[in-house]
Design a protein around this ligand. Structure first.
Ligand code: ADP
Ligand code: MG
Length: 276
């Protein structure tokens, strides 16, 4: 990872937009999405999945990305994670262009992507295998992460014996184990029941507050975004683009019954054209 000053210079060299530069250019863990476009060239007509998408996430900030199905959320997630190339523009992490997957980002997918043949502790420690840590240090880190997500007593269990919510806690612990600058999540709670989902949301906020990580969280669930985010990047479809960025000025912990909560949900729904 480049240093702070180097990162800021690079941001200038690469011609990042002033707005994006101002907010993320100097932040070691800030993310800048700078005029990103993505066209899928299929057999038939090319699909413009993303068009001129720019926004920034400040270091330590919790930003949600919401929008209707097909508006390019997963495409953008994959571009930011370095899993696919943008057709236009670039993504900067701490001022440095993202050119491929990096341990500076902890990534959590909707499907748990756990290794079924490894125990919970082995799954969490997977990304640490290639680090310089000694066995004892790795062990300690895994224990810390399991403690953080409340799964210490399941360290020797296998994924198949866990509920969906527990599997996603393991995935979060694994993503955080390498101490990434950014936690990047794509609909991570999409596969669990409503009650578990609300519990995982509360837990994620606790983890965010205790670790101070920068979080970018993709969801199509507007209430989830209003529960979690400092700011919400609202996307529109065809082509996938940013409709508006909404500040969520509601104190935490947030209650769904609070009028301010309802107003934000209504505002975001209106922007994405969904019925309230
Ligand atoms: P979202 O996650 O918001 O539902 P996606 O990023 O998955 O949206 O998809 C955005 C658009 O790009 C959709 O029209 C989708 O059909 C198209 N798309 C996604 N992945 C591919 C791909 N690998 N090849 C061609 N088109 C794709
Ligand atoms: Mg998606």
């Amino acid at each position: 990872m480049a240093g702070v000053s180097n990162g800021a210079d690079e941001a200038d060299d690469t011609g990042v937009t002033d707005e994006v530069d101002e907010i993320a250019g100097d932040g070691e863990a800030g993310v800048a999405v700078d005029r990103v476009g993505k066209t899928y060239e299929g057999d038939g007509t090319p699909v413009r999945a993303l068009d001129d998408v720019s926004f920034a996430v400040e270091e330590g900030e919790f930003v949600c990305l919401v929008g209707p199905s097909g508006c390019g959320k997963t495409t953008l997630f994959r571009v930011i994670a370095g899993l696919t190339d943008a057709t236009d523009g670039q993504v900067l992490l701490g001022g440095t262009p993202v050119i491929g997957p990096t341990t500076d980002m902890g990534v959590v997918f909707q499907e748990y992507h756990l290794f079924p043949w490894l125990t919970v502790a082995e799954n969490v420690g997977f990304g640490l295998e290639r680090s310089d840590r000694t066995d004892a240090e790795r062990e300690r880190r895994v224990d810390e992460m399991l403690e953080l997500v409340g799964l210490s007593e399941f360290r020797d269990s296998y994924p198949k014996s866990l509920s969906g919510g527990m599997k996603q806690r393991v995935a979060i612990a694994r993503a955080l184990a390498v101490d990434p600058e950014l936690l990047l999540m794509d609909e991570p709670f999409g596969a669990v029941d409503a009650q578990t989902r609300e519990m995982l949301q509360r837990e994620l906020l606790d983890v965010w507050q205790s670790t101070g990580k920068t979080v970018l969280f993709v969801t199509h669930d507007v209430a989830e975004a209003v529960t979690l985010a400092d700011r919400i990047v609202v996307m529109a479809a065809e082509p996938g683009r940013v409709a508006e960025v909404v500040d969520v000025d509601v104190d935490r912990p947030r209650e769904r019954g609070d009028p301010a909560f309802g107003e934000h949900v209504a505002r975001v729904r209106e922007l994405i054209g969904a019925r309230p």
